[in-house]
Write a protein of this length. Structure first.
Lengths: 145, 92
């Protein structure tokens, strides 16, 4: 996927990668172009920003960082849609919901799968969605006061 | 809403390209087979709505501060870099 440093900084600047979600996110089908912004000081969290409306952004995280046992079963039709030749081609992110009361959860039923070579992505409803929650507590997460 | 009666094994075609077939009827469970082009997403409504709500809630709360993740306590991860890569295979 195409990435660039939007800001000239000496120390570890944020990196923004183009991500195309031709089907949008569920409930946001009309928004198809995003930037995946990684800022070292915010790791392991990243931002998925709507490209032409930076005010609209989702916090995402690679779920395996917080939940190593997660094993999403990506439907074959989605594997083909994304052009994934091997599992290594895929980046998997889950959307983080930050709740009031210092609590954060991740959506494990509908991860965003991105072909890391092309930047093509999709919010996938995994075949084993029944196994997982849309509000899986982020372990050890504590929202800064 | 258009309401059609179909028997087991019969189909409906939508827009000339989406085929919906009644595969089997067992009591109050109907098995439905759907053939659609890859650009037509097909989902169970309740899961679709659940994820849609979750997306909307995630966006609505974006003004909240980012959570902090306490470091995981497993000793073998002590030397892990701060740029972990995706773990288990994503496709099957």
């Amino acid at each position: 996927m195409k990435c660039m440093n939007p800001i000239e900084e000496e120390l570890a600047p944020p990196v923004a990668c183009d991500v195309k979600l031709p089907m949008g996110l569920l409930g946001f089908e009309q928004m198809k172009e995003y930037l995946l912004v990684s800022n070292p000081v915010e790791e392991p969290f990243r931002w998925l920003r709507v490209k032409d409306n930076p005010a609209l952004a989702f916090v995402v995280i690679e779920p395996f960082v917080a939940f190593p046992e997660y094993h999403p079963d990506i439907p074959q039709a989605d594997v083909e849609f994304l052009g994934l030749a091997s599992p290594e081609d895929a980046s998997v992110y889950t959307i983080v919901t930050v709740h009031a009361g210092r609590r954060a959860t991740i959506n494990l039923k509908g991860p965003i799968v991105i072909n890391r070579n092309t930047g093509l992505g999709k919010q996938v409803i995994i075949a084993n969605a029944a196994t997982y929650s849309v509000q899986h507590p982020l372990p050890d997460a504590e929202v800064a006061a | 809403m258009l309401i059609l009666s179909r028997k087991s094994g019969e189909s409906i075609v939508v827009d000339g390209r989406i085929h919906v077939k009644i595969v089997r009827v067992e009591g109050d469970v109907v098995k439905v087979g759907i053939s659609a082009p890859p650009d037509v997403p097909v989902h169970r409504l309740e899961i679709y709505e659940e994820i849609q709500r979750s997306n909307q809630e995630a966006l609505a709360n974006q003004g909240q501060p980012l959570p902090r993740l306490a470091p995981r306590k497993k000793p073998e991860q002590a030397g892990q870099t701060k740029h972990p890569v995706a773990g288990p295979p994503a496709g099957t």
